[in-house]
Each structure stands twice: as C-alpha cells, then as structure tokens.
Design a protein. Structure first.
Lengths: 205, 205
DNA sequence: ATTATCTATAGATCTATAGATAATGC
DNA sequence: ATTATCTATAGATCTATAGATAATGC
C-alpha cells in the first residue's frame, strides 16, 4: 500500500528535479565532484541556488541521485549479452554498444570515470549492489561458453575490463584523443573497425 | 653562459621541493586538483602551509611542476619502442612496460588521468610539445612496419589508444577492479597474460 | 646578509539556512 | 493551505600574504 506520509511529486517538482540533474551532469562531468559548485549548477539550470537546495538535500545528494539514476542505463549494454546468441557475435555486439555509449553519452562516461578514479567514495554501495552481481553473472556465462568450446580459454574478467577500458577511453580521455587525431577522419568509425578486429581475432583463435 | 640572476638551489631547497612534490603526488592523485588542499599537502609533507608557498608560487604551480616532471618518465616506455627490433615483440614488450607502470606507479597514472579527464586545462601545452610529436613518430614507425608486411594493416593510433586504455585501466580504475576481482589471485599476472594474448592475436593475423 | 620558517589573518569562495514573499491547488 | 522561489547572510573552508623570528652561510 502507498505510504501516506510520502506525497507524489507535482509536475513542477518532476520538471525541476530533472532540469537540475541535467545541469548537474553537465557541471559534474566537466569539473568533477569537488570542482563543481552549486553556483555553476544553478546557473546552468536557470534556477537560484537556494531553489536547487529546495529540491535536493545538498551537493552530495545531487551527485548520488545522478549516479544512481544513470547506473541502470550504464549497465544495460552488458545486461543485453544474450546467452542464446553466438558467443563471438554477442561479445562483439557488446563492444559496439559500449563504443556507441562512449560516443553518445560522453558526459555520463566521464561522470562515472571521475567517481571511480577517486575511489568511488559515494557510489561504492551502488556498485556492490548492482554492478558486481551483473559482472559475476556475465563472467559465469562466458565461462560456460568456454566450457562448451565456443570460445577460446580466457579470463572473462580481464576480457570485460579490456572492453570497458578500450571503449570508454574515447569518452573519458577525449581531450587527449582529439589532440592526437588531428585530421578530419571519423574517430569513432576508426575505433569501431579497430576494436571489432582486435576482439574478433582474440575470440576466434 | 649561466644567468647571474638565477641562483642555483641549495640542498635544503632541493630536498624540500622534492618532499612537497612527493606529498602533492599523493594528495592530487587521490583527490584530484580541485579536491586537494594546500593544508593536506602541507600536512603530508610535514611542512607549514606558508612554507609550501615559499617554495612554489601556488597550488597551480605545484600541480604543473609535478605533471611536467613526470611527463618524461611517463613517455619513456613509448620512447623505447625500437625500430630495429621485431615489430610484434617490440609492441608486446611495450604493452608489458605500460602494464608494469600501472602496477608500480598507480598514483602517477591517476594524476594524469584526472588531468586529461577534465580536458587537460593545465597540461595541454606539455602534451602538444612532448606527447604529440612522440606519438606521431611512433605511429610513423608502425606504418613502415605495416608497409614492410611485418604487421597486419591497422591504424596505429587506435592500436596505441587500446594499449594505453587497457593497461592504465588497472591503475586508474583500481577501486572498481579490486571490487570485482574479489579473490586472492594476482590481478596483474592475469592482466598480463590476457593482454599479451589479445595483442599478439591481433598482431599475428 | 641571506635563506628558511612561523604566527596571524586578509580576502575570496562555497555550502547551506533563515525568513519573507509569490504562485499554485483545493 | 501548500508549494515554490527569492534576498540576504551565516558559517566554514581555502588560497595566499604580511610581517616577525630563527637558522644558515659567507
């Protein structure tokens, strides 16, 4: 039954909370947690600073809410790894989905990267609760594929780390990538070709 | 001829500047530029805050000095890529050197990662001056190896990005890696085996 | 004489709250 | 009546400097 002490949010509540979180994503992903200020978030959101604090309990609350809301979206590509598909094609499709995420959601990628880089001080419980069981279950799936001789023997944990690292690199270290890719060629097109070839060669020994 | 207006640093100068930079590496790599405070650096160095500012022109000066001093060390593994060696073995040895760096110097790795993640606001000139020409020259070397049919055709830029990403991942995202590698096996041993196999398979098609 | 260090504090920045006012919904 | 917003500001934190004192090197 619904808890009578918890009101359902009004339309204005929903809209403003959403506006604030969008602004916070922009500011936190650019400057990191500590480098971001409520002033910047308020300005980006077009609201006054006290009004921001009317909707959230403080800076940390905004950050944690943002990370929690994005967590599911962030894990989706891995969730979609399908036990009934062809192992090699499933993993290569996963690589492509992760690369697409880096291209389409670089701010989200950098937001997570900054949090993990500093030891996940606010997100650790979320990682334990959601990332870890998913990671373990997908590692188990890959191990069954290996046991069925449908993949060469490898450590699924390091395989997944390689996929995360090599795809998210294009979002997280975009400033360095764009400095070094100084011609007009499409970076993500080249990255896709490279990563597909690399993981395919490893998975089809 | 030596500039008479520039004194050579005394032994105390050298020792204290070194102590401060070591403390700053610890603090900046843990909390990022904005999250670090002069108080923390002073406390870590065992010096008073004003004394820190006697040796450096400010927080930004400490950060830039630290990054500049570490730049050369950071590029060394790539410098060592030897045009006269066997292409596959040279690149695999480079992968191993980078992984060793991630294991032995995780603070340095995270320091750079934090700076790049936020768009390299203080280090961009250094990257332009030192990283970029080295990167371009080693890409050219790899292209000549490809032209000689000693490596399969691939984009050297994305190859290098993959190597950076997959090795530095173990330092930069150590908090996540250790959360997910919860058994007692040696992470870096497994990573080495995995990465050597992955890059070898791609380079020996 | 010059170099190194300390205490005290100025001045800026930042998070958060108090308290009043305006807008909205029954 | 309740929800939303604003102005003003308290209180904490942080970088940096002023100015005095102690230690070191010619």
């Amino acid at each position: 039954m619904p808890d009578a002490s918890v009101k359902k949010p009004s339309r204005i509540q929903q809209r403003n909370r959403h506006t604030i979180l969008e602004a916070a994503l922009e500011v936190f992903s650019r400057h990191g947690y500590r480098g971001a200020t409520l002033d910047q978030i308020a300005s980006e959101a077009g609201l006054s600073k006290p009004n921001i604090l009317y909707y959230f309990d403080g800076k940390a609350d905004i950050h944690v809410t943002l990370l929690s809301q994005l967590m599911q979206t962030w894990l989706d590509p891995l969730v979609e790894l399908n036990p009934d598909g062809d192992p090699v094609e499933e993993i290569l499709a996963y690589v492509q989905r992760k690369l697409d995420m880096a291209q389409d959601f670089p701010r989200e990628s950098r937001l997570f990267a900054g949090e993990i880089l500093q030891g996940a001080p606010r997100m650790r419980p979320e990682l334990e609760a959601h990332l870890k069981p998913l990671f373990n279950s997908k590692c188990a799936l890959i191990r069954t594929w290996i046991a069925q001789d449908r993949l060469p023997p490898l450590d699924p944990r390091h395989l997944i780390f390689s996929i995360w690292a090599s795809t998210q690199h294009y979002a997280d270290f975009e400033s360095q990538v764009s400095l070094l890719m100084d011609d007009s060629t499409n970076t993500f097109e080249g990255a896709s070709k490279h990563l597909q070839a690399m993981f395919r060669s490893m998975l089809t020994r």
